[in-house]
Structure formats: C-alpha cells, structure tokens
Design a protein. Structure first.
Ligand code: ATP
Length: 459
C-alpha cells in the first residue's frame, strides 16, 4: 500500500525529489527535483501546455514576469485580503491556521459542520466552545487570531532610501490580466479566447506540509479564459471537463478523483462558481485543480485602478463589455505528487520478493527507455543504440550491477521499456525488449525499434 513515507523514501533514493539545502541542515519545506524528478516535472508541464494551449483553437500562451508593479496587488485584492487566520499556542509556541485546526478537529469527530466564511472572532469562539486542544501539545492556551498576509515581500532598488517594496507573485494569473489588451491586439483575438501560462508562484504559507503538497515556492499552470458573461456557464463546464479528462487520459484512477463544487459560503469574493478536482492522497482528499468562474472582477478592478480601457467589443452589437474569466488553475508539484501516488504499486513476485513499480502513463514516464548491455563487454554496442534512441526519447544507458537489479531500478522510476543488448545481438541484430508492467520480454530487430516505440509513445 502506498504511504507518504514510502513516496518520500523512493523519491530520495531514486533521484526524484530531495529535501532542499540539505548540506546546510536544510530549509524547511523546500524541495529540489533530481535527475528523474525534473524529467517528470517537464513532462507534466509539456503535456499541460500541449493540451491546454497548443491544442486549443482559442488559447495562446504567455510568460510574464514574477515581479509586478505593486499596484497590481492592491487592485487584485491581495494586499488587503490575501491572508490566513493565524493562531499561536502560548504553551508550545507552535503556530497554526485556525481554520485548518478546527476542520481537522471536526473531521476526527465526524462532525460535518462548515466553517467557510466565518469571521476570525467566530473561529476563535468555536475553538473555546469546543475546547479544541493544541495539535502540538494538547494545551488550551491560545493567542487571539491574527491575519497573516501570504505574499513574500522584497525590495527593488539599490540603496535603502529609494528601495521600493515589491512582492513575489502569489499566482501567475495577474500577469495574464495585465496583458489582456496587448495580447488581444497582437494576436487579433476577441473573447472568447484564453491565455495559458506556466510559472513560479510564492506564498508564505503558515502550515506547509505533506511533502510537496503545500510549499511556499511552487509552480502553477494557469489558464485565464475570457468570454462574454452569458457564455461563462458554458465555458466553466467545458474547462471542468477538459481538466478531468486530462487526468483520466493520463491514467489516473477514476475512483481516486472527484469534482467538488464549492458551497456558497466557501466561494472566494470574486467567484460565483468554483469546483475543485480532488485526489485521494495517502493523507486523504486534497485539492489538485481549482476551476473558477471569476466573473468580470479582475478586469473591472484593473480597469478602475489603472484607468485603462479593458473592455471588449461584441462583434454583433458593437457594444463594449467587460469579459468574464474562467480560470482552471493547477500546481505542477501537486499534480506530480498525485501522479506519483497514483502510479505507485507493490507487486509480490513468485520468488517471494516484492517489486516496487511506478506505473506511469508512457507519456509521463521520466525515462522512457532503459538501454542495458548484458555485460560490460557490450557497453559500446549498447551506447551505439542509446545514441540512436536518445534524440527521440529520454533514454538512459545503465551498465552497472546485475541485470535483475537494473530492471528493478528502472521499474522504480517507472521506465516503461528496457532494451537489453546481449552477446547474440551482434550476430542477429536483435535485442530483448522488456515491458515494465507485464515483465514480458520480446526479441526484436534493432531496425524495428523505432516504429515499435513510435507506437508505444504516440501522444
Ligand atoms: P489550498 O487551499 O490547497 O492552499 P488554494 O485554494 O489556495 O489551495 P488556489 O489559489 O486555488 O489554491 O491555487 C490553485 C492551485 O495551485 C491549487 O489547486 C494547487 O494545485 C496549487 N497551489 C496553491 N497553493 C499551493 C501551495 N502552497 N503549494 C503547492 N501548490 C499550491
């Protein structure tokens, strides 16, 4: 059975994910993606980009900067409102998100009460009334709730006197809104059209955790789809389906996914409808993808703060209007954790041993083909084959250790196929191709490998 501990250990041992800054004792909640992890991450981003930008007739791409004019965050509401309710335990000095603490307490008791939308005073009241203990020490000595802004602040400028405070973006979406006008003109687009972007976001989360599920630095893949208000419901449903289909087509187990619409109380101030796609992680259901109808809130706010015209023209009536925005927003690392958890499998073999295998969809697999010489004497021939395959698929040449151990390692990083060069290869021009999932082996002429793999890795 998959557990978080197993995923963390496998990730570390196999070069998928390492704890950050380890050489200096670490930096809490930062993670580095190793040789296998970076391939997986790139595959996820590439597959998203193809599906949500390139393959969509009405969507174009953007790469906007992380640092934005500070006024953007006032217009967007992040300076005033992007904050979490923070509570400190006076006894053990631990700090928690008050809402999460109450939700966890209710969940343990099977209490289905909703707390979304409650004020800080109301949350504090519940903690006292229910006598909720500190998750750290079990005590009952809490501070009042304080608001904590999640944006990382830094300074731009050379000297202290003229340094301007600026923020690291907490979402990539705002960069898209700022470019609505320029993209619309340059790409000759009128709504409905969308803009997709992949990039880093930063949130000074109070309670990060669950491995890479919630971190302070992460990457988002966001699509802002602009449309007339009366088409918003249609596009909301369209994008919800696209997101779910994307996951199912990449092989995520249907029973581990659910679409959860937000209740009225839970909705953000700018949204009239939001649904989360949730996945059943080893620690329980967690949001991976949020799809929101953000109404005309964003463009309206930027229009009023900037004084610039962000309206669109109805091509039939020639009337000006402010477009609505449908936003599917997903974190790269959260998807990665989901794919990792979903792919993890342990198989009992006939010889009594257990095989760990990541059953990634072939298009997600970080290493597509392992190239293995049966003996070190055959390394030169294997390298020749590797050089043929490597420009087409991410392949890896491995001549270290017994063949069985090498197969196991490739199983553990989810490599769909291993090609073994043996002593007969030189005579008959054939190699053995082993399938990760079935462990079946077929002998194929090298000349047929290209068409064999083209079929297996067809998008
Ligand atoms: P949560 O409540 O889980 O913190 P959120 O509702 O604040 O998430 P959104 O603002 O809707 O998240 O962000 C969209 C997506 O970005 C999320 O569905 C998630 O995949 C990802 N994401 C958000 N915050 C983080 C984070 N701190 N670490 C990793 N991924 C994140």
């Amino acid at each position: 059975m998959v557990t978080m501990d197993k995923l963390v250990a496998l990730s570390r041992n196999r070069g998928i994910i390492f704890a950050g800054s380890e050489l200096y004792g670490g930096l809490a909640n930062t993670w580095d993606y190793g040789p296998i992890g970076v391939e997986l991450k790139n595959n996820i981003k590439h597959l998203w980009w193809v599906r949500f930008v390139q393959a969509q007739p009405l969507v174009v791409g953007l790469d906007s900067s992380i640092l934005l004019n500070p006024q953007v965050w006032e217009a967007s509401g992040h300076v005033g409102g992007f904050s979490d309710p923070l509570i400190d335990c006076r006894q053990c000095k631990n700090r928690f998100r008050a809402d999460n603490m109450i939700e966890d307490f209710f969940a343990q008791k099977g209490d289905a009460r909703e707390i979304a939308g409650l004020s800080d005073d109301e949350l504090r009241g519940i903690i006292d009334e229910e006598n909720i203990p500190c998750p750290g020490c079990g005590g009952h000595n809490f501070t009042p709730i304080r608001k904590f802004n999640l944006m990382f602040q830094t300074y731009q400028g050379v000297t202290d006197e003229n340094a301007t405070p600026i923020y690291l973006r907490p979402e990539t979406a705002q960069g898209i809104f700022l470019n609505f006008r320029t993209i619309s003109r340059a790409a000759r687009l009128t709504p409905p059209f969308g803009v997709g972007q992949i990039g880093k976001s930063f949130r000074n989360e109070i309670t990060p955790g669950n491995f890479i599920f919630r971190t302070r630095e992460f990457e988002q893949m966001e699509l802002e789809f602009f449309c007339p208000g009366e088409e918003a419901d249609h596009w909301y449903d369209y994008w919800r389906k696209e997101c779910m289909d994307f996951l199912l087509e990449l092989g995520v187990k249907n029973e581990s996914l659910r679409m959860r619409p937000h209740s009225q109380e839970e909705l953000s101030h700018y949204s009239v409808a939001t649904s989360d796609i949730e996945y059943l992680f080893p620690f329980g259901w967690g949001e991976v993808w949020g799809i929101a109808n953000r109404t005309d809130y964003d463009l309206k706010a930027h229009m009023s703060f900037s004084g610039k015209d962000l309206t669109a023209m109805d091509p039939v009536t020639n009337e000006k209007y402010i477009p609505y925005v449908i936003e599917p927003s997903v974190g790269v690392e959260r998807l990665l954790l989901m794919f990792l958890a979903d792919a993890y499998d342990e198989e009992d073999l006939e010889d009594g041993s257990t095989r760990v295998v990541l059953r990634f969809h072939p298009l997600l697999a970080p290493v597509k083909i392992g190239v293995l010489p049966l003996s070190k004497k055959l390394t030169a021939q294997a390298e020749e084959l590797f050089r043929k395959l490597a420009p087409l698929y991410n392949a890896e040449l491995d001549d270290r250790g017994s063949i069985g151990k090498r197969y196991r390692r490739f199983d553990e990083i989810g490599t769909p196929y291993c090609v073994t060069v043996d002593f007969q290869t030189e005579e008959d021009g054939c190699v053995t191709v082993r399938d990760r999932d079935t462990m079946e082996q077929v002998r194929l002429p090298i000349s047929e490998l290209e068409s064999f793999f083209a079929e297996k890795f067809r998008p």
